[in-house]
Design a protein around this ligand. Structure first.
Ligand SMILES: [Zn+2]
Length: 267
């Protein structure tokens, strides 16, 4: 059979990109059955779970009765819980990276080269759907991860209990960023702000942000507003200590704006 997945397990992360869903992730777990994949990544996007739930709805003999959540497909089910199709899950999984999209540095699957790195995500998502996917109190990824700790295993997968104690993979919420190289110790960072606040920073032809660029010596860019985005990112490139100061100045500016424009209550 032709090999369908190529990676170096010592260093690579298998990244499921924009069109990936629970079914494609399950598919790779079947192809890769019994062989290790140490690190996988997928997008912090509802698309990942909205496309299909692998429930045998149509009675076509696919999936399993009761379907599968994203984490269940990654973990796998006991054979006696799957009569139609096996759900082996991944073997030897150490790291699960949830990629929180950044407009500041968009990366598509297939575009990941040696110049692409990762940094811890600085926000929960740019659209309401992305934020919900991560933060929803009942179904969000953070809640599901917390439940594994509370229950000591991934619920609903039967007796195989692969994610117990040291066997549980580590979860990381990350964003792509340019890979730092050489001796350059400048780094990339971003600050999310409400989309409708951006004009407070950019009025008078970016006078305020240009002032910060000059004062702190770091590059500052404003991401375009994306479709359905309720948050927009301000991007930074510079020394970390300068970025920290520039971020603080932006937050201070927005707060002072808020105070200045809050209507006084007349008694
Ligand atoms: Zn699907």
């Amino acid at each position: 059979m032709e090999r369908q997945v190529w990676f170096n397990n010592e260093s690579d992360i298998v990244y499921f990109g924009d069109n990936a869903c629970v079914a494609s992730i399950h598919e790779v777990s079947v192809i890769q059955k019994g062989k290790e994949i140490r690190s996988i990544a997928f997008n912090n996007s509802r698309q990942t779970v909205m496309c299909c739930d692998l429930d045998n709805d149509g009675g076509f003999g696919l999936g399993r009765d009761g379907g599968s959540t994203l984490f269940q497909a990654i973990h796998g089910f006991d054979d006696d819980l799957c009569s139609l199709q096996e759900f082996p899950g991944f073997t030897g999984l150490k790291n699960i990276y949830v990629m929180v999209k950044s407009d500041y540095y968009p990366v598509m699957a297939g575009d990941v080269t040696q110049w692409v790195g990762m940094r811890p995500a600085v926000h929960d998502g740019l659209t309401a759907g992305q934020i919900k996917f991560r933060k929803d109190a009942y179904t969000g990824l953070e809640k599901q991860i917390a439940d594994i700790d509370i229950l000591g295993a991934l619920p609903g997968t039967g007796e195989i209990k692969k994610w117990v104690g040291d066997m549980k993979p580590k979860f990381h919420f990350m964003s792509f960023c340019p890979h730092p190289f050489g001796v350059d110790n400048r780094s990339y960072d971003a600050l999310p702000i409400e989309a409708n606040q951006v004009n407070k920073l950019t009025r008078n032809r970016f006078a305020f942000l240009n002032g910060l660029r000059k004062k702190f010596g770091c590059e500052i860019t404003v991401a375009q507003r994306g479709n359905g985005h309720i948050q927009r990112e301000i991007g930074f490139f510079g020394l970390e200590k300068d970025i920290v100061k520039a971020k603080a100045a932006i937050i201070e500016k927005l707060v002072s704006f808020e105070i200045m424009h809050t209507p006084m209550i007349k008694c």
